[in-house]
Design a binder for this molecule. Structure first.
Ligand SMILES: [Zn+2]
Length: 269
């Protein structure tokens, strides 16, 4: 049997109607355009997140659709570097809710936001929550590097610093970009830079996790090149394994969302 069409943007309206009626999960990548060191393009977060989502939905095309990505996100702390396109916090939240509200209106009852940019995290959480309370749909948000199974694979591959080596334009992101488009990566310009100055309760790493003190300073105060981590340890082979782990983890989340039975509300006034 031919694989069902799964790119939402390539579907006709009757096909979208059928996809919603078939209880498919709408997977929506969210990311941003921002500086990623001197060796990676500014589209890194978008390209990596969409690639993980595409591989996941391709593997689950009978039960999910891939919605075109929300390309622009929240990056005001990166504006000292040329390139970032940042959307204000309130605008970003309302825009994201409107995307999800539209999907809910067309009948998608399960919406999975997959985020590819760390600083979008609190906002996509709010977008998912608002979608739940403002529509009849059930929405959830996840960072693709936090999908089940990714941490174990990433830690098994890690050659960079245990905390801080995988952060931004780092071993993790550079590896995946090398797996996708090596022609766009200039490894001669990749440098190790870990300038976030960890203290007792503050540290940050995509995979090892963050300390309890949640804080984001201006990026130019933390990094000269825009790198946070060690991209010199990146390889395409690592990237292929990370991408495969992210896709497999996202398939689990698609199925968990699809299988979840919503209980009825009761207004006790
Ligand atoms: Zn990034």
């Amino acid at each position: 049997m031919a694989q069902p069409k799964y790119h939402y943007g390539e579907m006709t309206w009757p096909e979208i109607k059928d996809a919603a009626a078939a209880r498919k999960v709408a997977v929506v990548p969210f990311a941003t355009i921002e500086d990623h060191g001197k060796h990676l393009p500014v589209d890194t977060d978008v390209r990596l997140c969409v690639a993980a989502c595409d591989a996941a939905v391709a593997a689950a095309s009978d039960r999910a659709v891939l919605v075109p990505s929300v390309t622009h996100g929240y990056s005001p702390h990166h504006m000292d570097f040329p390139g970032p396109i940042t959307i204000g916090a309130e605008t970003f939240i309302r825009y994201g809710v409107d995307v999800c509200r539209s999907l809910a209106y067309h009948g998608f009852k399960r919406i999975l936001i997959v985020n590819g940019h760390g600083s979008n995290t609190p906002f996509v959480d709010i977008i998912a929550r608002l979608t739940v309370v403002e529509t009849g749909a059930l929405a959830a948000a996840v960072n693709y590097w936090a999908a089940p199974g990714v941490k174990e694979v990433a830690e098994s591959l890690r050659e960079s610093d245990k905390v801080g080596g995988m952060n931004h334009a780092c071993e993790f992101e550079t590896s995946i970009y090398l797996a996708l488009r090596p022609d766009l990566v200039d490894m001669t310009k990749a440098v190790r830079e870990i300038g976030h100055r960890p203290t007792a309760n503050y540290w940050t790493d995509l995979i090892a996790g963050d300390g309890p003190l949640a804080m984001m300073e201006h990026w130019s105060a933390l990094s000269d090149t825009g790198v946070m981590g060690d991209p010199t340890k990146a390889t395409a082979e690592k990237g292929q394994r990370l991408l495969a782990a992210a896709a497999a983890g996202l398939v689990q989340l698609i199925d968990e969302m699809r299988d979840r039975v919503s209980a009825a509300r009761h207004d006790h006034h």
